[in-house]
Write a protein that binds this ligand. Structure first.
Ligand SMILES: *[C@@H]1O[C@H](CO)[C@@H](O)[C@H](O)[C@H]1NC(C)=O
Ligand SMILES: *[C@@H]1O[C@H](CO)[C@@H](O)[C@H](O)[C@H]1NC(C)=O
Ligand SMILES: *[C@@H]1O[C@H](CO)[C@@H](O)[C@H](O)[C@H]1NC(C)=O
Length: 739
């Protein structure tokens, strides 16, 4: 049976799909010289793509359609472009994966076959994305069944089931497992078919802790009537006024039983479905949308920014790639770095100067940026040009910029007026802004003495490798008479390109003194400040961006290619406001006379500390850390707060031995948050190891202001920031004023 055929038979592509996706020979391409044939097919679950080389014997590879972010048609990758003359565009396509996993470049034998794969995989991705919670769960159980049913007879005996439990990361008492198995095996055949297995799975995943909450609010213990659900939403979920309307909406969306729905009630299944949904998650749904005012000056926003954008790996030997720009822009990054050097054939190139990183052509970088700039967000993209080029090649750069970007490039003042403040993201929608340094043309606005103090990243040789570097105009440039935009003509030498961002900029490298925070915060209400990792780093590691956000720095550039805590914080901050790459600073960071200093949050006018209490209740289906048979995780949950220095804190639960499937912690962690507006909360799940460092299992980071109180699930992400459903933790969050 083909799951994917269910309800989608009207689609003509499915017949093609079946024809081709059952067994296709495609050429996998890694480079101009590495092109090898592989057999590809779609497995019966309609989700897994399997492939192997003809000679590989039993060895094969698989990936799930849910890992694929997009299918690109034709020569739309560096690798396929390099073989464009050999294989025509209608044979070529690229599968792009979520996270940091590299692309899969493929060449089909005929255009029809290529189309079948392109359209087919797109349909499958769409289907996977639009599945509701129940379908998702069915699919997940189905997947496990397929994996466990080694002899492919559509049945599973007890031995196979026991193996399956291991794969699902659950250590279970054999007697208990046999008991559940017998209960599910209604036909007493000694094996389970898929429906019986679903039933078995249901018994296995019964959630006592959810059942208890349900019982507390259900009059008859069977269902929640509308008023009871309303009551639950008001009391536990702290939804106040909206709870009446919301209760009805939840029944409409999540109740699987038609009869309960008619009655205006919610069953335990529906209740659990709601709690596990995005709406029931810890992240306020309304903060996922574009909910902030976008008409304030740019300096009032935090801007998602990347450093050494062109690199895929590390900054000494890594590969420079257009893909790195695509990945950053698609993650909502709004400030990318372009490091330009003279190319040998007259075309400027982009790479990490004086290193072994590979080079890409400037012109291609700009074309790629043009294509991807506004796919994830309409709001302006800033090109941070690091210009090391000769006069001749600067002229070529300027020509490429204006020819390729055309109207997108902001080349004149908005309204032709010299504005009093920076323009807003709203006004600059669809525009690309240039920010450049070490380029002449500031004479009109700058004091002569300032212009020569420009230095390079490399110049701070005695700087501390751990502390980030600030780019920022000298204090003299900030006096009240400064008309923002007054000297916005910067010339890429001979050719005039007007650049808005270079207002009075000559860039000084200063090491910041955080204890004089107030001034810095005030300064950042008016001017843009860019921070980037110190030039002494060679390993593309990141610094903690939180300290910089605390003082209102907008452009805090991180190495997007490097997964870890710092990128989790960046992803966490920018997950709100429709992931558009701009987050409005709170009003005490926008007021030019603000007295706020991160060191002394209690001196703020409207200081209002909060108590955050998180009861970590249980975990669901945590993935195995290493796939070694017989190893089951010992999970613990740690809650980490990032914010002003006083708010930095970590608390963790104890670990649960040998249970990644349904651990129960039932421990409460408490925090006092002095500056909630700046705090980020990171939930980390680790596999406890008494002999060495704990292994990372999953995490989720979000702004404190986006937390919904009540009983909530936290859907975990991998190290790479991609979803790992259905892994989650269940918590009871309470936020109260500190009195
Ligand atoms: C930082 O600023 C404080 C207060 O303005 C001052 O007392 C201190 O000397 C400064 N430290 C450095 C390293 O400049
Ligand atoms: C968890 O804690 C609650 C109240 O603190 C208690 O009622 C419940 O029995 C506990 N559950 C477990 C499994 O320990
Ligand atoms: C969840 O938190 C609320 C508010 O603090 C509390 O009333 C409730 O008892 C908690 N639930 C459990 C199971 O402890």
């Amino acid at each position: 049976t083909w799951v994917l055929l269910k309800g989608s038979s009207e689609n003509e592509y499915y017949s093609l799909l079946l024809l081709y996706l059952k067994w296709s020979t495609l050429r996998k391409v890694k480079s101009r010289s590495w092109k090898k044939q592989r057999h590809f097919r779609l497995l019966e679950d309609g989700m897994t793509i399997w492939y192997k080389s003809r000679w590989a014997g039993k060895g094969h590879s698989t990936f799930s359609v849910t890992e694929v972010e997009a299918v690109r048609e034709g020569h739309q990758s560096e690798v396929l472009l390099s073989i464009a003359e050999e294989f025509s565009a209608d044979l070529c396509f690229t599968l792009v994966f979520h996270g940091r996993q590299g692309n899969l470049d493929l060449v089909a034998e005929s255009p029809e076959e290529a189309q079948a794969w392109i359209q087919g995989v797109r349909k499958l991705i769409h289907r996977a994305q639009t599945m509701d919670e129940k379908e998702r769960l069915d699919q997940w159980v189905w997947d496990w069944f397929q994996k466990a049913d080694k002899n492919k007879d559509g049945k599973m005996n007890f031995k196979e089931v026991r193996k399956l439990l291991k794969m699902m990361n659950v250590e279970m008492n054999e007697e208990h497992a046999l008991h559940l198995f017998t209960m599910a095996d209604k036909s007493q055949s000694g094996s389970l078919e898929i429906e019986q297995f679903v039933h078995f799975y249901k018994i296995l995943t019964q959630r006592d802790e959810v059942w208890k909450v349900f019982q507390d609010y259900s009059g008859d213990g069977e269902k929640l009537m509308l008023e009871e659900l309303e009551n639950f939403l008001r009391v536990e979920q702290q939804e106040g006024e909206q709870s009446a309307q919301h209760a009805q909406e939840l029944i409409d969306s999540y109740e699987p039983s038609e009869s309960a729905k008619k009655e205006g009630a919610m069953s335990l299944d529906g209740f659990q479905m709601y709690l596990c949904s995005q709406q029931g998650s810890i992240f306020k749904p309304e903060h996922r949308d574009l909910y902030q005012d976008m008409s304030q000056p740019l300096s009032h926003y935090f801007i998602s920014s990347s450093h050494n954008t062109y690199l895929l790996e590390n900054q000494l030997r890594g590969q420079s790639s257009l893909e790195a720009y695509i990945q950053a822009l698609k993650r909502g990054c709004r400030c990318v770095e372009v490091d330009c050097w003279d190319g040998s054939d007259g075309e400027p190139v982009v790479y990490h100067g004086h290193t072994l990183t590979s080079k890409i052509v400037f012109k291609d970088v700009i074309s790629t940026i043009k294509e991807y700039a506004f796919k994830a967000s309409d709001f302006p993209v800033i090109l941070s040009l690091e210009n090391h080029c000769s006069v001749e090649q600067q002229t070529i750069m300027a020509e490429h910029l204006s020819q390729i970007l055309g109207d997108m490039l902001l080349t004149t003042l908005l309204d032709g007026q010299v504005p009093q403040q920076l323009p807003s993201p709203q006004e600059l929608k669809g525009k690309i802004l240039l920010k450049a340094k070490k380029i002449g043309g500031f004479e009109d606005c700058l004091d002569e003495t300032m212009t020569d103090e420009v230095s390079d990243e490399e110049d701070i040789a005695n700087g501390d490798a751990e502390s980030p570097t600030v780019e920022n105009p000298p204090a003299e440039c900030m006096n009240e008479n400064d008309k923002v935009g007054a000297c916005s003509t910067f010339s890429l030498c001979s050719t005039k390109v007007y650049v808005f961002m270079t207002i009075c900029y000559t860039f000084l490298i200063i090491s910041i003194n955080l204890s004089s925070g107030t001034e810095f915060v005030q300064y950042n209400t008016r001017q843009l400040c860019r921070i980037y990792p110190s030039g002494l780093r060679t390993d593309s590691s990141n610094y903690n961006p939180q300290d910089m956000w605390n003082v209102g720095c907008q452009i805090v550039a991180l190495n997007f290619q490097t997964a870890g805590l710092e990128m989790d914080l960046n992803d966490g901050l920018f997950r709100q406001n429709h992931c558009c790459g701009y987050v409005l600073k709170h009003d005490f960071m926008r007021d030019g006379n603000t007295q706020f200093t991160p060191e002394k949050p209690e001196e703020r006018k409207d200081y209002r500390p909060l108590r955050l209490s998180i009861q970590v209740i249980s975990g669901q289906q945590l993935p195995k850390v290493n796939q070694k048979e017989g190893s089951i995780v010992d999970p613990l949950v740690r809650v980490e707060i990032y914010g002003v220095p006083q708010d930095q804190a970590k608390e963790e639960t104890s670990h649960i031995n040998n249970n990644g499937f349904n651990p129960v912690w039932n421990e409460t962690l408490n925090f006092i948050i002095h500056t909630p507006e700046l705090a980020l909360v990171r939930f980390v799940v680790e596999d406890y190891d008494k002999a060495s460092r704990n292994d990372f299992i999953g995490q989720f980071t979000l702004p404190f202001t986006c937390i919904q109180a009540g009983y909530r699930h936290i859907h975990l992400l991998s190290k790479d920031g991609t979803a790992i459903p259905p892994a989650s933790i269940f918590v009871n969050v309470s936020i109260t004023e500190l009195t």
